[in-house]
Design a protein around this ligand. Structure first.
Ligand code: KG4
Ligand code: ZN
Length: 340
């Protein structure tokens, strides 16, 4: 089954063609970083307009990369939510029109469930039963019990900033530009992880929830006191901050897996690109527990449409189609979105 998928939930316009849930035949992504950079954050109205300009050419590009024509597409898939409502509407409207004009079924996909599904892309041999999923992105930081590709139960989530948001805010504080998570990661590579003492919010009463605002404030206080460091001292501060985030993510995710009695942990979302987090998860977590830790390829960690087309295959197989005439974008889409 060839699925043409669209993703426009935030500041990336993405279209992909995915065959049978795991084979990415073609993927095209247009980033809006240049549009939002000078505002230091995503401006919803500008995001919608940029999606509108990019969507149709990207459909053509994804099909061209897949070497398929529109008539060879069997099913259309689209992100229904969560995300920015105006941004979601652009992808949804395009998908609806394609489904009706081509007379193909339409599948609605949950953005976070798709992030966790991304670990299966390109790995047809992967056996993945019940597991725990940690979604870490610019908008979300949450732990889920994943009982099936579309069966997620929330175990815990951030009480304030998402991990990616904390990366971006600290990066902005250090003058690294926007979004600075990736730049902070690169700078931290040369730094000492224990150079600056920073807090880890363990939240004993809410052991599977997260909080990153105290950590962010500590970095701000450090900068107010000492100024923005340069050279090795900047690398040290970046490494110390990044280590604090990784400590919390790794310990809570492994605790959740233990609590749920599962042997597999999947970590996905933009922050799963972080080199130190990947290192900690693949080495430390495996050394200290018998956990199997799986990460999507970095290109499928940040927002993309391949993950939407992948999860849509599972939904289509289960007959969980959407009505193209009535499907609505839902910025706060819940986990029961695809209930039969
Ligand atoms: O999943 P994503 O593309 O979009 C959302 O759904 O939010 O995640 C984007 C987030 C941004 O906050 C970005 O700074 C962060 O992921 N990110 C990183 C890295 N690459 C992307 N954070 C830390 N280290 C990285 N290498
Ligand atoms: Zn995302």
């Amino acid at each position: 089954m060839n699925i043409l998928a669209l993703e426009t939930s935030c500041d990336e316009t993405a279209v992909a063609v995915v065959r049978d849930g795991v084979h990415v035949l073609g993927s095209a992504i247009s980033s809006q970083v240049a549009v939002h950079e000078r505002f230091g954050g995503v401006v919803p109205e500008l995001a919608s307009r940029a999606h509108l300009e990019a969507t149709t050419p990207l459909v053509a590009l994804a099909l061209q990369r897949a070497q398929l024509s529109l008539s060879e597409v069997d099913t259309i898939a689209v992100t229904q939510g969560p995300g920015l409502v105006g941004a979601l509407m652009v992808g949804l409207q395009t998908a609806r029109c394609l489904a009706l004009a081509l007379d193909r079924p339409l599948v609605a996909v949950h953005h976070i469930a798709a992030h966790l599904y991304a670990v299966r892309l390109g790995r047809p041999e992967l056996q993945l039963g019940r597991h725990v999923g940690l979604a870490v992105s610019g908008g979300h930081t949450a732990l889920y019990a994943v009982d099936g590709p579309a069966e997620l139960r929330l175990l815990g989530q951030t009480l304030d900033d998402a991990a990616g948001e904390a990366f971006d805010k600290v990066a902005a504080l250090l003058g690294l530009g926007y979004p600075g998570g990736r730049r902070l990661d690169a700078l931290a590579r040369g730094g000492k992880t224990d150079a600056v003492a920073l807090p880890r919010a363990t939240l004993p009463r809410r052991p599977l929830d997260f909080s990153f605002s105290g950590l962010k404030t500590s970095v701000r206080t450090f900068v107010q006191k000492h100024g923005v460091p340069t050279g090795d001292a900047l690398a040290d501060l970046c490494a110390s901050f990044q280590e604090a985030v990784c400590d919390v993510l790794v310990s809570k995710a492994t605790a959740a897996a233990r609590r749920e009695g599962v042997d597999t942990l999947v970590v996905a979302g933009g922050v799963a690109c972080n080199s130190r987090l990947r290192e900690r998860l693949t080495h430390d977590a495996r050394r200290t527990s018998p956990l199997r830790v799986l990460l999507p390829e970095p290109r499928w960690c940040t927002d993309n449409a391949a993950m939407i087309g992948g999860l849509a295959f599972e939904l289509a197989r289960a007959g969980r189609y959407a009505d193209p005439w009535t499907l609505d974008a839902d910025p706060g889409l819940g986990l029961g979105w695809a209930a039969a």
